[in-house]
Design a protein around this ligand. Sequence first.
Ligand code: UDX
Length: 439
Amino acid sequence: MKIAMVGSGYVGLVSGACFADFGHDVVCIDKDATKIERLHAGVMPIYEPGLAELVGTNVKSGRLTFSTDLASSIEGAAAIFIAVGTPSRRGDGHADLSFVYAVAEEVAANLKTPAVIVTKSTVPVGTGDEVERIIRESGTKVQFGVVSNPEFLREGAAIGDFKRPDRIVIGADSEWAQGVMREVYRPLFLNKAPILFTSRRSSELIKYAANAFLATKITFINEIADLCEKAGGDVQDVARGIGLDNRIGGKFLHAGPGYGGSCFPKDTLALLKTAEDFASPLRIVEAVANVNESRKRAMGRKVIDALIGQSGDDSVRGKKVALLGLTFKPQTDDMRDAPSLAIAQALIDAGVEVAAYDPEGMELAAGMMPHVTMTKGPYEAIEGADAIVLVTEWDAFRALDLDRVKRIARAPVLVDLRNVYDPAEIRAAGFTYTSVGRG
Ligand code: UDX
């Protein structure tokens, strides 16, 4: 089966490479000629474990190709995926659908063979109807269907998530389109991955509801963590104690500095906009978005408190802090809505000098944090620091050489925003230690 993937960013490239790996013939299309040129040369536009290898093998086998020309590439494709970005629209948080609609128009103008047009981009409820209208009103005589098929890929684990999904959601309002989608996902179907067929609108809502629910789970445990700190409990134990209840489940109950990334912050805001459009308030999601935003700033305050606690001096001006990890989570170079941005800003505003190290994110981070000194490694950042802040739980920070840290830091103060270290052990090693929700 031939598949066309329009948009060779994170979602398009991972999905395209995985479909090719299943045996389909895939062409990944992008308007960005430099990106396509680099892909031809085997250079990935993003850091994702295993992606370069997967792309390499499938290009070699001839099943995966790249092109800037949509018109010729979609010919003969049974499924044409739209996997372009839907960033937050400036000012109102609504998902910006201009890229999705531009692709729909280009597809409509060039459709020569029957195809199902599949929206993989995260789009608000009703977008599929609009895509269908655009194609129908182009006057095309070619048979087509419009389907919603959201992705649930986590950055850093995207290939595994694609190949072993918890479920595949397909919102298709015709049997013909359902049949084509069954063929697209046949290899996974045979692996017994559950496929849920729904209406197109339900499928569009599932994506936002899933992300909003996960964001709620994280925010809930983060607030419980605050309570633990004040009431004298351990949030890790509380999370385990509630997570063992199958109705709750143990995942996404890890307290930390607040969620970031390309999806949760943007998708919760877009869902709130939809709720407003339909005059159907989502008060829980509203609280989640607000609590998470203020949490990121509060983490800066937590670091300042640790600095004050250590010197007893109210002014932290001129002190130095080392940030370990800048990306919104490990195994990615993605800096979008990363808590590190708000933390660094809060410290700089207070007159603190900030040095930072991240295994993959520094190139992007440097442009976003001009006042932060980027270093070659974790120990270079720690040198002379009055406090060390573990912001992102990269493996490289899980087993720091504590003797060396103590020798080179100005003060052995560790603020562990991911609860990576054992409080008793680290204190026994001579550190002043603050973590999240372990009162
Ligand atoms: C998420 C969804 O998981 C995925 O299904 C969707 O398609 C896109 O959005 P992603 O943004 O890649 O994926 O990362 P995820 O692993 O979900 O983490 C998101 C944020 O939540 C990160 O900042 C992470 O640190 C934070 N998080 C996650 C927590 O703070 N605690 C947790 O228990 C889990």
